[in-house]
Design a protein around this ligand. Structure first.
Ligand code: BES
Ligand code: ZN
Length: 316
């Protein structure tokens, strides 16, 4: 499809990257918040998801090295900041990267009881067209859709008044399309600082209904236990069936976390063969997914359930 590669900054890092990694379990994970979550997932709105896809894909390109790619990241921080303003203690940050100008965007809802245990929900905010460069690259499905799912989960969680026991972080990664660079920087820093990231979910392409209404969980470069737990969350809360599929290579940012030993999983729009073939072209617009965000709704329900069941409401 395109590269299918990690980009490392030095040869030493590249060689170290070939070594096998042991993933530390982030569990046990449990489902016991039905009474809290059922009314929340009912509040997920297709129109809200669609609005974010429209805003993000309106940028000429979100290419990591472009000025409009920086503008899009800043717009996202502004939108997340509006939502964070309604959540006690929540804040947003731009994460600068050395070597390119597009920042990543992070929204943090601090945990009340176990702030050092972190639940991450992420997706890449950049876009690309075949070959890179400055051509029109709407990236509506790849990956304004994933960013829109995260944004809708923040909105719904904010409206719920949730004060989580553990810290929840939403991440819009820069520079995924050129070798998972933004997420690698972030996972590397989390690892070197010894941060306790206990679960990561990746959303990359959620809006193309190429294999029916189900959610597909990636089965490679992920944590098996966390992926099994996602299946249980989908059964309990998302209202659609699920299956597994594989990329066959480190196809998105979950692989950056896995590579650093953190438990990560990924939810995808279709079977790998049924995915949106307009990706990385000027035709990856909302129109290609029927002009609606309907397929993404179940993914946003899963995001809400994931955040609440892993972070848990605080008893304090
Ligand atoms: N969204 C795509 C690819 C993808 C396919 C993700 C299936 C999840 C499931 C992603 O943005 C992408 O294009 N990745 C690159 C690899 C990356 C390491 C440069 C690719 O697929 O070639
Ligand atoms: Zn993508």
């Amino acid at each position: 499809r395109c590269g299918g590669f990690f980009t490392y900054r030095t040869k030493d890092e590249a060689e170290a990257g070939l070594a096998p990694v042991a993933v530390k379990s982030g569990g046990p994970y449990s489902i016991d918040q039905k009474a809290f979550i059922d009314p929340l997932v009912a509040q997920v709105q297709e129109g809200a998801i669609r609005a974010t896809i429209e805003s993000m894909s309106a940028y000429h390109t979100r290419y990591y090295a472009s000025e409009t790619g920086v503008d899009a990241a800043r717009w996202l921080q502004g939108r997340w900041q509006e939502l964070a303003a309604k959540i006690p203690g929540a804040s947003t940050q731009l994460v600068a990267h050395k070597g390119w100008k597009q920042p990543s965007v992070v929204l943090t809802i601090p945990g009340v009881e176990k702030p050092d245990e972190i639940v991450v929900l992420g997706g890449h905010l950049d876009s690309i067209v075949q070959g890179g460069g400055s051509a029109r690259s709407p990236g509506a499905d790849d990956n304004a859709s994933g960013i829109a799912v995260l944004t809708e989960a923040v909105r719904v969680l904010g409206a719920s008044g949730l004060r989580p026991r553990r810290t929840i972080q939403f991440m819009g990664y820069s520079a995924e399309e050129v070798g998972l660079r933004g997420s690698q920087d972030i996972a590397k820093q989390a690892s070197s600082e010894g941060r306790k990231v206990i679960a990561v979910i990746q959303y990359d392409m959620t809006n193309f209904n190429g294999s029916g209404e189900r959610i597909f969980l990636l089965s490679d470069f992920v944590d098996k236990d966390l992926t099994a737990f996602l299946g249980m969350l989908i059964d309990a809360y998302a209202g659609v069936p699920w299956s597994t599929t594989q990329c066959g290579y480190a196809c998105s940012d979950h692989a950056s976390w896995t590579r650093k030993g953190f438990p990560a999983a990924a939810a995808f729009e279709a079977s790998f063969n049924g995915m949106n073939r307009a990706l990385h072209t000027g035709r990856d617009t909302l129109a290609t997914t029927g002009g609606t965000a309907q397929h993404s709704v179940a993914f946003a329900k899963l995001a809400v359930a994931f955040a609440v069941e892993i972070a848990k409401p605080s008893a304090l």
